[in-house]
Write a protein that binds this ligand. Structure first.
Ligand SMILES: [Ca+2]
Length: 141
């Protein structure tokens, strides 16, 4: 097989496979990196950070819907910016008493009302302030 044919095959496979399998892992990786959600070098979250099911897919949880609204709303189509805007909104997506950004700081799930930070809210606010506020999660250019 000539190199041109191999390249053509790779492009064809990529075009077909991209909508099925690569977008979601990319969004997951972006959330892990941008929100610094790692422990011992591995992601400390699962797909349930934004989805109802551990395997991802639909339905999204309430936080995932907040991110989606920022991702597909207005002129913004960038996952990094959508994640940041969701933090900046200072919304409590799951209604558990902690803003989404405080849940990120506290290591709980912002889309699951049964998951709340173990750290008191005042302490999380102080930690966020030390980090530089919500802009700590602003995408790097
Ligand atoms: Ca929560």
């Amino acid at each position: 097989m000539k190199p041109v044919q191999v390249l053509g095959m790779l492009v064809a496979v990529g075009v077909i496979a991209a909508p099925i399998g690569s977008a979601r892992p990319a969004y997951f990786a972006q959330a892990v990196t941008q929100f610094k959600l790692t422990k011992d070098g591995k992601p400390s979250i699962t797909c349930q950070f934004c989805h109802e099911n551990a395997s991802g897919g639909k339905p999204f949880n309430v936080f995932g819907m907040s991110v989606g609204a920022n991702l597909f709303g207005a002129a913004n189509k960038n996952i990094a910016q959508a994640l940041y805007l969701t933090m900046k909104d200072r919304k409590d997506s799951d209604g558990d008493g902690y803003d989404d950004v405080l849940e990120v700081v506290g290591g709980s799930r912002p889309g699951d009302a049964k998951s709340i930070p173990r750290t008191p809210k005042d302490t999380l606010e102080a930690q966020l302030k030390i980090l530089g506020g919500v802009d700590y999660y602003k995408p790097k250019p």
